[in-house]
Design a protein around this ligand. Structure first.
Ligand SMILES: [Zn+2]
Length: 469
């Protein structure tokens, strides 16, 4: 059997994946808070862990891998949108408007991630469906002396009660206090203590609990949901490295203190962040965009995925327009090369080897280029498909040329109007012959110009026709 090695953040080295139960390899990824469209950075872990999921399915069998990715559907930003809608006169109770916002965001998220070729996880737990499990876990933590209620509706986790706190990121508690904006509050015994439960207002979503009506803190969600689905110990926990502290440190503290007999997650995988044209993506820099923005600008989901996979997940991923253009050209070439070909029975050994070496997708892409150069189309197809590329579902963009012809129609229409005045038809004739050369039939009438692409349609030539000579 193929040996998979992964870089474990906790031990800071590459480790052989040795599943607790090879018949049920369990992978948990922290999912989105569903308050708005996913931005491009949110999509990176989804694509990275989708490749890992596909590799695990290849190695252990599709029925022997369980992948969970949660939806955080309790959040102030969701509530804020619902309140704004209510104030703008939207019908329904605040609770219904909260529900509406989470439902629409979840459906956007699933549609956008599907366009990037991400398989749906086996489990997509929503926090609001696991409130009793969270309450039970908090009670357990209080009983074991790791948490305390403040008497005013909050329950806090006592960080000092867990000696290994900070072991994941390798920082001391003092360093963490210095590096993070730790909120000092009167109800905390120690500034590092974090919220497990907090009170809610009457109108906003809340649940009855031993500490009054309230709602869970963010960190307890993942601990409770992963325990319910996967038990005390499971194989791999993933997320962006921005979640390492405090979210993942807190998850570990909660889970290991509530269930000290287990290991929680054995291997921790963290992906690096995404940049745009060498800069951090931010609204103030004007380089912030959602996955949907890119798709609407005409970047096919498969191209976005391919650009992502060219960088190793532990390195910062720089999204550039140049990379997207090159990715598009490569995929077009590979799709032409593999058209009508049956994929080989399995992916190329070199591709599986690269992926098994800490998910070296950049190395795997290099192998795909080699297969394309040698003309091994069947192997190229099988190997690319293992990485979620060159699949049937993602191929629509490369089939029909959905080029907007109206700009070319207008150019010819305008040129004719000018020619009618000047009696010089040279530009009209030039455009007509350039369009014909590009494989487009030209139909002209008094009302306008209609262009009809034919079999030999070449969008690049059409584009060239409008370039100044
Ligand atoms: Zn989490």
């Amino acid at each position: 059997m193929t040996t998979i090695k992964l870089h474990n953040t906790r031990t800071r080295g590459k480790e052989v994946l040795d599943p607790i139960n090879p018949d049920d390899v369990r992978l948990y990824l922290c999912g989105p808070t569903v308050y708005d469209r996913a931005h491009l950075g949110n999509a990176r872990p989804v694509v990275v862990f989708d490749v890992l999921y596909r590799l695990l399915r290849e190695v252990y069998g599709p029925d022997h891998v369980s992948y969970a990715r949660n939806f955080t559907d309790v959040d102030d930003k969701i509530n804020a949108t619902a309140v704004a809608r209510k104030e703008a006169g939207a019908p329904g109770t605040l609770e219904e408007l909260v529900q509406e916002r989470t439902e629409e965001t979840i459906s956007w998220y699933l549609a956008d991630m599907a366009e990037l070729g991400a398989l749906e996880p086996d489990h997509m737990p929503r926090a609001t469906a696991y409130i009793p499990q969270m309450i039970a876990m908090i009670e357990e933590l209080i009983a074991k002396g790791h948490a305390y209620p403040d008497g005013a509706g909050h329950v806090l986790f006592s960080v000092k009660s867990y000696k290994d706190y900070g072991a994941l990121s390798g920082r001391s508690v003092d360093d963490m206090i210095a590096g993070a904006r730790v909120e000092v509050a009167d109800n905390k015994r120690d500034p590092m203590d974090f919220v497990l439960w907090k009170p809610s207002t009457d109108e906003l979503p809340g649940w009855e609990s031993p500490w009054g009506r309230g709602r869970p803190g963010w960190h307890i969600e993942c601990s409770a949901m992963s325990h319910e689905l996967f038990g005390d110990s499971f194989d791999i926990h993933g997320g962006g490295n921005d979640l390492m502290f405090p979210h993942h440190e807190n998850e570990i503290a909660q889970s290991c203190c509530a269930h000290p007999e287990g290991d929680f997650a054995k291997i921790w995988l963290h992906n690096e962040m995404l940049q745009v044209e060498g800069k951090k993506m931010s609204k103030s820099l004007g380089n912030f965009f959602t996955v949907r923005d890119l798709l609407e600008q005409g970047y096919p989901g498969e191209v976005i995925r391919f650009v992502f996979l060219q960088t190793h997940y532990r390195k910062p991923m720089d999204w550039t327009d140049k990379k997207a253009k090159e990715a598009e050209a490569t995929l077009r070439k590979w799709r032409a090369l593999t058209a009508g070909i049956e994929p080989a029975p399995s992916a190329a050994a070199a591709v599986i080897a690269a992926l098994s070496d800490d998910l070296n997708t950049a190395g795997a892409v290099a192998e795909l280029h080699k297969l394309a150069t040698t003309g091994d189309a069947a192997s190229l197809l099988a190997s690319a498909q293992l990485m979620g590329l060159l699949t049937e579902e993602l191929g629509a963009w490369a089939k029909g040329e959905e080029v907007d012809l109206s700009v070319y129609e207008q150019a010819l229409f305008d040129a004719r109007a000018v020619a009618m005045e000047s009696k010089d038809f040279a530009e009209v004739d030039r455009l007509k012959s350039a369009y014909l050369e590009a494989g487009v039939e030209v139909r002209m009438s008094k009302q306008g110009v209609e262009l009809v692409p034919g079999a030999g349609f070449d969008p690049a030539k059409l584009e060239a026709a409008l370039k100044p000579l």
